[in-house]
Design a protein around this ligand. Structure first.
Ligand SMILES: NC(=O)c1ccc[n+]([C@@H]2O[C@H](COP(=O)([O-])OP(=O)(O)OC[C@H]3O[C@@H](n4cnc5c(N)ncnc54)[C@H](O)[C@@H]3O)[C@@H](O)[C@H]2O)c1
Length: 368
């Protein structure tokens, strides 16, 4: 790990889990970091060279970087951003009762930053590290800050218990925004870590965080489901899943990971139905596979066939090769969903997203 060529002055807003780890790690990369929190306990902890909570490796980083003057803390936002080039916003976005994300902390802190911008003489990049729904940076942050600060999204993927390691050896660094210079500036913070940040649009960056977490949840639920099924058949579920993961070409890989069409073909529907049927006989929920099965069947029956009946003349001329037309009227259109199926129509993909994927995810969420 090298010291960055151009250390930045960084304000980290919120010294909670994400903020404190971010502040300590960035200061250890050579940046000058001021952490700010309205919670005096957290600020005092950092000022005393102590981590405000336990996380392996954090206390040492806080102690060492406070000692050399690269990491400071304050309760004053004005003081923290006075000299900052970049403000990394790491405030909480907790769940509301209905599951929606509460943006109260974010809205408040952004309005406080907005109130401080006019007295600044140098430009500020505001990078949102808090997890927010796509569109939030535009609707909440840019609306409040206007053109007085550049806004980027820089979601965090750390895991509690391995947060310092995840920061220092990141699996993914994402920076999203429309202001190229601001995006590059934030991406450069991570240069010493030897990763190539993914530079994407603002909304894409926000969405990637949700995609990652939904995928993790899906994997856990799926592994548990296969584990339960295996156990009930006196098969070692760990051996099954370990072997499944050996296939990095089709299984743990980008294969089948492109939004597009529903699955079909001769094997997938048949084998999934058999799995769901046998799981049912064993009184197992099969909460991952069952909704996948139902979603695909329902797409054909309820959505796509009626849709195609109306739209066929348009579809035939625009999207579909003529030799495929008879298959649409066959008993079940027969093709395997492949990675390059997106050409088969954005409208169909939207229908699938609404009907299939969301049903699957809802079923999985309720299974926790
Ligand atoms: N905890 C995780 O593992 C994790 C991982 C990835 C992303 N995230 C996301 O990162 C964000 C932060 O999560 P967290 O776990 O660090 O939250 P947290 O609640 O631990 O910390 C948020 C901090 O922000 C401070 N704060 C709130 N408003 C403030 C204001 N106006 N001025 C100064 N400080 C203010 C709070 O006092 C608190 O210390 C969330 O959006 C979360 O979803 C969390």
């Amino acid at each position: 790990m090298n010291t960055p060529a151009t250390p930045s002055n960084i304000a980290v807003v919120g010294l909670g889990y994400v903020g404190c780890v971010t502040a300590a790690c960035l200061s250890s990369l050579g940046h000058a970091v001021t952490g700010v929190d309205r919670d005096e306990y957290k600020v005092r902890s950092v000022l005393n060279g102590r981590a405000p909570f336990f996380e392996p490796g954090l206390e040492g980083l806080v102690r060492d970087n406070v000692a050399v003057g690269r990491l400071r803390a304050t309760t004053s936002l004005a003081e923290a951003i006075a000299d900052a080039d970049i403000a990394l916003v790491c405030v909480g976005t907790p769940s509301e009762k209905n599951g929606n994300l509460s943006l109260d902390q974010l809205e408040r802190v952004i309005s406080e930053i907005a109130g401080l911008l006019d007295s600044r003489t140098k430009p500020l990049v505001v990078a949102i590290r808090s997890t927010v729904f796509p569109g939030t940076c535009e609707q909440v942050v840019i609306t409040a800050l206007g053109t007085r600060a550049a806004v980027v999204s820089n979601p965090e993927f750390l895991r509690e218990g391995a947060a310092v390691r995840d920061f220092m050896e990141p699996s993914l660094v994402v920076v999203g925004g429309t202001d190229r210079e601001a995006v590059q500036r934030v991406a450069k913070l991570y240069e010493p870590l030897g990763v190539t940040p993914c530079l994407v649009s603002l909304r894409t960056a926000e969405m990637i965080k949700y995609a990652c977490n939904a995928f993790h949840a899906l994997k856990i639920a799926f592994a548990n489901e296969i584990g339960a099924f295996s156990t009930s058949l006196e098969v070692d579920g760990h051996e099954v899943m370990n072997t499944v993961c050996e296939d990095v070409k089709l299984n743990v890989s980008p294969a089948y990971m492109k939004p597009g069409f529903a699955f079909g073909g001769s094997c997938l529907p048949k084998d999934l139905r058999a799995l769901v049927y046998r799981a049912g006989r064993l009184d197992l929920g099969c909460r991952c596979s069952n909704p996948c099965c139902r979603a695909t069947t329902n797409i054909w029956r309820e959505l796509l066939l009626p849709y195609w009946s109306c739209q066929l003349s348009v579809s035939v001329s625009s999207d579909w090769p003529s030799k495929k037309i008879p298959m649409i009227f066959g008993k079940v259109p027969s093709f395997r969903c492949s990675n390059n199926s997106s050409a088969k129509g954005a409208t169909c993909a939207s229908l699938i997203r609404i009907s299939g994927s969301m049903r699957s995810m809802a079923a999985i969420a309720t299974s926790f």
